[in-house]
Write a protein that binds this ligand. Structure first.
Ligand SMILES: [Zn+2]
Length: 514
């Protein structure tokens, strides 16, 4: 099949099947160090792996989707958004799993960040199997893997040195040790017996000799750890962020080392995923500054299926912006359009494009509905909500809306991110001063509204007729109407707006002009 009309997740799935022919089970992996808030950029990795797993399952394959928390990594730096900075500083160089939770609600720093994210993922119907590296290392689960890597020290060093300006020292060992006395990894391996025993010396002065089958205080450095796990878990697919994907970067090195150490095994299929920009939160998203948007924030304004759709409809290797500004309206519109295409309610000439859109919809929906749901545009919902004083239940009931989730998102969006120009409140008492000629025209409108039930188009036509009759400019007429209703010069499209407010409420307001 041609690449252009085929969804990227299906393409990746086919590559995986092709590369690992004969596999009964396919392992798809994601992972991250819980070093700071797990943000929406990190979510891209998870959903990328999820979609490829789903594509494999849709082809009838059995899949294991694993998510590794690298919580045995050292605390490198402290994100500025976290409380208790002084306390945390004392833990630099120690495993994140041994660092206290600055919020005080979890067992440790790592667990706080992990649980925060794990709690949100089911909301987008993503359920990986979580693995905790700290547990595995501490249980000495990788002792034999570590021994094997140590036996290949010279080969590993040659590869790593190729990408380093300063060569590794001759007595370097591919192993990090957490000191038993001070807990940091400011240590150096000083001897190795070729089996399971190493000697180490710490900056703090402590030294000891340990058997790493019995003491889980060692871990492999990152690029080696990565490949070791591909081998250990039998990983067939694992993407990586842009920062790992540069030539000679960590993915390249991990791959080269893997090929050297496990020549009989195949490297997992790779996919680079790009960064995500956040639009409309004021200021740039930055992990070190701590002003990040996480999955929870995104789900406050995007329904789960719509959020999934954003990622599903974009190739992982393209940078994109997730919006919190006016573009939110457009994103919902685009999702609704995709939904109409799926249900053949929207004409689309290009057959290949249509198939692609249908596949995107299928992959985005948590559950594909049997028939097209009644669509309420996000923009319209923001209007309805504001007419009903932001009361979700009232709005849902009044307009018989099935998709309450979207109404809640619209409410959150108005309250947190919507620009002022979009906000309004229907007045109880008319405050605006209206000139005599426009007063007359608006009272005429009140009369006509009393006499007839209009649909939107008819009412719209009526505005022009009234303007003609009184010889008024229609732009000024609209302006006057908005001033009466919401005390602003602009507002939602007037005809629909009047009908949504309810003509009786509008007539009452207009009659205050008498
Ligand atoms: Zn020490």
């Amino acid at each position: 099949m041609e690449e252009s009309n085929y969804h990227w997740a299906d393409l990746a799935a086919e590559k995986v099947i092709e590369e690992f022919k004969g596999n009964k089970l396919f392992v798809c992996a994601a992972g991250i160090t819980p070093s700071g808030t797990v943000h929406i950029g990190n979510f891209r990795e998870v959903i990328t792996v999820y979609l490829v797993s789903k594509a494999l399952m849709d082809k009838g394959k059995k899949v294991r989707f694993i998510y590794s928390w690298d919580d045995y990594d050292r605390l490198r730096k402290i994100p500025k958004n976290l409380p208790k900075q002084e306390l945390l500083k004392k833990y630099l160089g120690k495993p994140t799993v041994d660092t206290p939770d600055p919020y005080g609600c979890h067992k440790n720093y790592a667990e706080h960040l992990e649980k925060e994210f794990e709690k949100e993922l089911p909301k987008v119907d993503i359920h990986p199997e979580f693995l905790y590296q700290s547990k595995k290392y501490r249980k000495c689960e990788y002792a034999d893997q570590i021994k094997y890597v140590l036996s290949k020290r010279d080969e590993v060093k040659v590869i790593l040195d190729k990408y380093r300006e300063e060569k590794l020292e001759d007595d370097w060992f591919p192993l990090n040790v957490f000191c038993e006395k001070c807990g940091t990894d400011e240590t150096k391996v000083t001897d190795y017996d070729g089996e399971y025993t190493i000697k180490y010396k710490c900056k703090c002065g402590y030294e000891n000799s340990i058997d790493f089958r019995k003491k889980g205080i060692v871990k492999l450095p990152w690029r080696l750890d990565w490949g070791m796990r591909w081998e250990y878990e039998g990983v067939n697919f694992e993407p990586g962020g842009k920062e790992h994907s540069t030539p000679g970067g960590s993915r390249d090195t991990a791959k080269e080392i893997f090929e050297k150490l496990y020549p009989e095994k195949k490297v997992p299929i790779y996919m680079m995923y790009d960064y995500i920009i956040v639009k409309g939160i004021g200021g740039k998203m930055s992990s070190s500054l701590g002003n990040v948007i996480n999955l929870k924030d995104a789900l406050e304004i995007y329904e789960p299926s719509v959020l999934r759709w954003i990622f599903t409809s974009t190739r992982p290797n393209t940078e994109f912006a997730i919006s919190f500004d006016m573009d939110v309206l457009k994103i919902y519109e685009d999702f609704d359009k995709c939904e109409r295409i799926y249900f053949d309610k929207e004409e689309i000439k290009n057959e290949k494009e249509r198939d692609k859109q249908k596949r995107i919809y299928e992959l985005s929906c948590i559950k594909v509905p049997k028939k097209i749901p009644k669509q309420h545009t996000f923009r319209h919902l923001t209007t309805l909500l504001q007419i009903y004083e932001m009361d979700v239940d009232k709005t849902v009931k009044k307009f018989k809306i099935k998709n309450k989730e979207r109404v809640i998102c619209a409410k959150n969006w108005i309250e947190k991110y919507a620009p002022e120009e979009l906000k309004f409140k229907v007045v109880g008492k008319v405050k605006a001063k209206i000139t005599k000629e426009y007063k007359e025209a608006l009272l005429e409108l009140a009369n006509r509204l009393e006499k007839k039930n209009y649909n939107e188009q008819e009412l719209f036509n009526e505005f022009y007729e009234i303007c003609n009759k009184f010889n008024l400019k229609n732009t000024e007429f609209f302006k006057a109407a908005y001033n009466v209703l919401i005390n602003k010069d602009k507002g939602p499209r007037l005809a629909g707006f009047i009908l949504a407010i309810g003509k009786n409420r509008v007539i009452k307001l207009l009659k205050q002009l008498k």
